[in-house]
Design a protein around this ligand. Sequence first.
Ligand code: SF4
Ligand code: SF4
Ligand code: FES
Length: 388
Amino acid sequence: MSEFKLKVRRFKPEEGDGPYWESFKVDLEPTLSVLDGLLQAKDREDGSLSVRCSCRAAICGSCGVKINGQSTLACKTMLEDAQHEADRTSANGKPAEIVVEPMGNMPVLKDLVTDMESTHWAKIRRVTPWLIPDGPPPEGEYIVPPESMIDVTQSMACIQCGACVSSCLSMEADPDFIGPAALAKAYRFAGDPRDGQAEERLHDLANDPHGIYDCTHCFSCIDACPKGVAPMDQIMRLRRMAGDEFKIDDHNNGYRHETAFTKIIEKKGTLDESLLLQESLAPGVKGKLIPRPGAIKGLLESIPTAIRGLRTGKMRSLPKLIPGVHPKLPDGAQDQVKKIYAHSEEHHYELNLYIRGEEADDEAPVPEAEAIPEAAIVPEPDESEAGQ
Ligand code: SF4
Ligand code: SF4
Ligand code: FES
């Protein structure tokens, strides 16, 4: 047994006080979970301490909280790991308390219990989370080739815990953002070969100002997800389907902006910001700013954003915005970046939770049965017990 100190953010609306911190000492094996610690504190010290839980095995998705600032499941986080992290990040280098808070981006109902209705479940319903097949249902089951389902298995592992929603930085800035969990769920259906409404779904999600182009690629949801769903990757898959497959030119200018980024990197090996707005608004890289009517309007509308960027330090260098004076990267780095770009274009395998892949050795002859792209992709047994 070891002693751990849990510093818990409490909130008891029935008593009318604002939130406050309370520390609890618990005695438990270090390999037991933070949830076990909370339940011991509740059992021995204060029965009113509220935390939501059920399975205690990372299956039901009930016990989402923040531990030392990181959104996760309380039942999946060992006390010794939480203690190690608390000590590692301690300001004075001394042993620290394990800090437990309710999830972010959600109203707190009591102590560690959040209201997931408005911030999670309403958004899940927003993406029509069921299959909409074309035509009448078949006599028996829908039969699909197993390999056509591989791509959606990752999003099927979601247990709806809300950890990704809690950690989403875009949602902090825009609470209306549909968010990582709901968009991962949207890919689960848009990517399903049995669904007949993929294009309509993608039109909707691409043109919604709070949809797929509202994600800022911060990776936070990937770090937070306890089931390896990697919601950001599912959002990128939705974007590729919307832009590359269905050629949806959305009102948010999202697809054109994304294409502009990649085109500039491909051609220059660095992000030349002076071209970015023009390329996003009026595609056609020529290596220099060529004013066009659409671009001029968009550029003028972007001036307040640029000024805010300069003021806040997000945009650090004014000269970078002047065409032709973008600084060159040292030591031929731009050529290296171009090579990386070309390589990734040539070898872009997408791997998910259930797939491990390795590129075939170019030198070695590949057995005929493996000489298809899927040869590099070997399905692995399900690791997750969840599936929706
Ligand atoms: S990657 Fe996108 S969806 Fe994920 S947390 Fe960041 S902003 Fe949110
Ligand atoms: S995607 Fe991951 S973090 Fe988000 S709700 Fe599903 S399981 Fe939880
Ligand atoms: S209690 Fe079920 S996931 Fe933690």
